[in-house]
Design a binder for this molecule. Structure first.
Ligand code: ADP
Ligand code: MG
Length: 704
């Protein structure tokens, strides 16, 4: 088949109401107002909003859109949309005049009562409202539903509490911008008006054949396999990572890229990942809020496009036991609107000092809020990865690499404060930093939080999770550390001395968080414990971090979350956890009763008859008996485990209190599920493949 030529330049952003399109369609004054609000915050005037709405509507209708929607991110972690057609009441002669007002563009009032609110919104006050996030461009989604104009929005309760993930993220970006500006001003950058987080998200995923997917209830209901013996081959030959991409997968990737480019997503890198049937896509980094929105589009598009190719895309963190799970590396840096990356070690001593201060602040921030960062990367699926010797450990530490580590050690050990001034010139102990290597050789894949040249790479986030939470925390802890440093430095009598003191103090006090070794080793777990670093093993244990006095103080100080909003998130996390495990448990019960047991009973019947036949024929029945014995033994264990799980599920349902219930699910139900899986997987290895009721790991992972 000849492939058609693709013109990326023409295709890119085709479905997006970009600034360029606004410039074409708006008057100069209104366009300028839009740009100002985007850059500086605030609101559009009512008149301008009407003009923008009309221009957006005209563009969308010319494009063929029939509906619009406020596209938002409730606390489910995915996106929500309610479509409204662009139709209005026809006039007396039956004509339709399409209208779309500024009011409709800027504000919506969906019924909020069916979204999780964690107690924030009493059901009698069910109204919520959505408000246009002007910093994230509107776009047109094209699929079987037709063409839908999607307007990225924040979602709040009527009293202003955030019911979504975008609102706190925007608040955190505001906070970090304000505080980071104070830092760059100290170093003479008076031109910068804004500092924006830059975020690049590497998304891992699995692709399997859709026919096979549809034969597995566990994949359908839970997104991961709840049963399955390992295939004879796993990932041990390391032949999949960066391997040649199969035709079918390649066709999928091509289609996926096209769809993403149209939506203005800068899909850039694609490759096979470590596990069989696992792949990765990374777009080029962009402004944090937009990157988070785009990641939602990436996940949604990955699933949608898979269907067209007879495939299913699994975004779960651990779809298959025994091979690597999937994560989402969150590459994060801070860049001023006049082009300075705060995490880029510069060439001059002055740039270096700013970089060192920012680095010291980040090290302090990560150490002081390790529990929050860990929490931000936790979800039900990620419990199977973090700390399970393949993904980053559950312990937060910072990797700096040898060069930077050396610099930090010198700064801490040289008693810089007293030698800090020589001939009126600044001495850092190291006059300039060497140009830090930005290549991959010095990379430590086992670190959860690694400095990689000009950015930090937070590697803990789960593949299916929204990255809004992780970025909200990153921005918040950075804002707090910058604020404290700026408070001291702005008031300092001797700026240079104080600067040295701050850097040295932060580095010395928080050195324990720096770790350059193997994060997967048991030795690190012990060492981390000795250092007093938290090792939070599960999602439900991580929740406490949200409501510690220091978390509440920070989030309230920078107006990112109120205490009530934090409490609501804790509540929702517990509830979601319990619900997800409950679904998994019920699915296991269903599959065991209706598929596994009938298959094994049938097989043991065949064995029994064959044994009888052999006996009648006077042959040796030793092997027959042995196999039958093994099967019935495992079947007995299976039945016992099944009954226990069913009993405990009933008990779990009766527990009141979201926290208690979630802990019961983690401590009892999850263990019961493991006990049920074990004999089932053994039975899979004993039973005639013809009789096994669903596709095996070998079928799914190697025959895509
Ligand atoms: P890897 O080898 O881990 O894939 P890359 O250098 O390809 O690393 O970068 C991974 C991601 O980091 C990409 O999305 C890239 O655009 C993003 N990235 C690069 N520089 C920055 C930065 N300064 N801030 C945020 N993200 C960045
Ligand atoms: Mg990377």
């Amino acid at each position: 088949m000849m492939s058609e030529n693709i013109n990326i330049e023409e295709l890119f952003g085709r479905n997006v109401f970009t600034l360029a399109k606004m410039k074409q369609r708006l008057t100069r004054a209104v366009y300028k107002e839009v740009v100002r609000v985007m850059e500086e915050g605030g609101e559009l005037s009512r008149e301008s909003a009407d003009i923008v709405a009309k221009a957006m509507k005209d563009w969308a209708v010319e494009f063929g859109a029939t509906h619009y929607t406020h596209w938002f991110q409730p606390l489910t972690g995915i996106t929500a949309e309610k479509h409204d057609a662009f139709i209005t009441h026809p006039d007396e002669e039956g004509r339709m005049l399409i209208e779309f007002s500024g009011k409709e563009l800027i504000k919506g009032e969906p019924d909020a009562s069916s979204f999780p609110s964690g107690g924030l919104r009493a059901t009698f006050e069910a109204r919520g409202y959505t408000a246009w996030d002007i910093t994230s461009p509107a776009f047109i989604k094209e699929d079987a539903t037709g063409k839908i104009l999607c307007i990225p929005t924040a979602f709040c309760s009527y009293t202003g509490e955030a019911l979504d993930k975008k609102t706190p993220l925007l608040r955190s970006e505001e906070a970090v911008s304000q505080q980071a500006l104070r830092i760059v001003r100290l170093f003479g950058n008076t031109g910068a008006k804004r500092v924006t987080p830059s975020v690049g998200l590497e998304q891992e995923y699995f692709l399997i054949d859709r026919e096979k997917y549809l034969k597995r209830e566990d994949l359908i209901f839970a997104g991961r396999t709840l049963f399955g013996a390992p295939a004879p081959k796993g990932q041990e030959l390391e032949d999949h990572y960066f391997g040649a991409i199969r035709e079918r997968v390649g066709a999928y990737m091509k289609d996926l890229n096209l769809e993403l480019w149209k939506l203005g997503v800068t899909a850039k890198t694609q490759h096979n990942e470590v596990a069989p049937a696992q792949h990765e896509l990374a777009p080029i980094y962009e402004s944090g809020n937009v990157a988070v929105d785009h990641n939602q589009l990436v996940m949604e598009t990955m699933k949608k496009v898979a269907g067209r190719h007879g495939l299913t895309c699994l975004l779960h963190e651990k779809p298959f036991a025994g091979v690597n799970g999937s994560g989402k590396h969150d590459n994060w840096s801070l860049i001023t609107d006049n082009g300075v990356n705060l995490l880029d070690p510069g060439q001059t001593p002055n740039d270096n000092m700013q970089f060192l201060l920012v680095l010291a602040c980040m090290i302090k921030a990560v150490d002081e809020h390790a529990d929050l960062l860990r929490q931000s990367a936790s979800d039900v699926g990620n419990d199977h990865r973090l700390g399970a010797n393949e993904a980053p450990p559950a312990i937060i530490s910072v990797f700096l690499g040898d060069q930077l580590q050396d610099v930090v050690e010198q700064l801490v050990s040289t008693g810089m404060a007293k030698e800090s001034r020589a001939g009126g010139k600044l001495r850092t102990g190291v006059s300039t930093l060497p140009d830090l290597e930005k290549d991959a050789t010095d990379r430590n894949r086992t670190s959860p939080f690694a400095f990689t040249g000009n950015k930090f790479e937070f590697r803990m986030v789960g593949s299916s999770d929204s990255v809004a939470g992780a970025n909200t925390v990153l921005n918040a802890i950075a804002a707090e550390a910058f604020c404290e440093a700026a408070d001291r430095l702005e008031g300092a009598e001797d700026f240079e001395k104080e600067l040295h003191d701050v850097i040295k103090e932060y580095l010395a006090d928080h050195q324990r968080i720096i770790f350059n070794g193997d994060g997967y080793s048991d030795a690190w777990v012990k060492e981390a414990e000795r250092r007093g670093l938290p090792n939070i093993r599960s999602t439900v244990e991580a929740v406490d971090a949200l409501l510690t006095p220091q978390s509440v103080k920070m989030f309230e100080k920078f107006k990112i979350f109120t205490k009530a909003e934090l409490a609501s998130r804790a509540e929702i996390t517990y509830e979601t956890y319990s619900k997800c495990i409950n679904i998994e448990a019920l699915t296991m019960i269903d599959m065991t009763k209706k598929q596994i047991m009938p298959a094994v009973l049938k097989y043991s019947g065949l064995l029994a008859r064959s044994l009888q036949d052999m006996k009648n024929a006077g042959g040796n029945t030793e092997v027959h008996s042995a196999v039958l014995d093994e099967v019935t033994t495992q079947l007995g264990l299976l039945k016992g485990a099944l009954d226990l799980l069913a009993k405990d599920i009933a008990e779990a349902g009766a527990i009141s209190g979201a926290r208690e219930q979630a802990f019961f699910y983690k401590d009892r139900i999850v263990e019961d599920m493991k006990a049920l899986r074990s004999p089932a997987d053994k039975l899979e290895m004993l039973t005639d493949k013809e009789l096994w009721p669903f596709p095996t790991y070998g079928d799914m992972l190697f025959e895509v």
